[in-house]
Design a protein around this ligand. Sequence first.
Ligand SMILES: [Ca+2]
Length: 187
Amino acid sequence: MTDEFKLMPGDIVVDINDKTDLYSKLVRWALGGPYTHVWMFYGALVPSMPPLFYECMPTRGATFTNVFDYLEQKVVVMRLRPEYQSYMPAVLNQAFRIATDSKAKYDFACVPDYILSRLICTKLGIPLPVKYQRDPFMICSEGVAEAFWRANLQVLPQDVVPLPGDFVYQLTYFDYVGTGPIAADWF
Ligand SMILES: [Ca+2]
């Protein structure tokens, strides 16, 4: 990251889990990579308030969180390519609607219902037996993809559950901006 780097509203921030505990090792193995969570940078709702991430988390479902809670977290930043930035007001509008929707709870069932099927079938090279069904319950990457889908931008396929790493590898719609620990001067 350059010294002048600033996050822009709508930027995709994907965590890099490089911890050495057993759980982290298991998650990395299962997901086939270090990416285990994704946020969308939203900005401040009003100027005097702290900047916010839009995210879906187990304890609170779809919500806004203070970016400063995540300082020093190592992440990859992806940015919607310039030719698609005209969609960004609609994407942020949809993120706001989801974050303030009390029905948008965390999707614990997504793990056994969709993620495990996708991971196992991908590893074995066989077609997916279950068709992914969108619903009001969302894991982190579903919540971020949903904001784009509702704004009519198909940044990821809608027939498989989106995973955090998909945003890092989706270079048709997103540019790679950089990697580093989240720093206070990004805001
Ligand atoms: Ca879901």
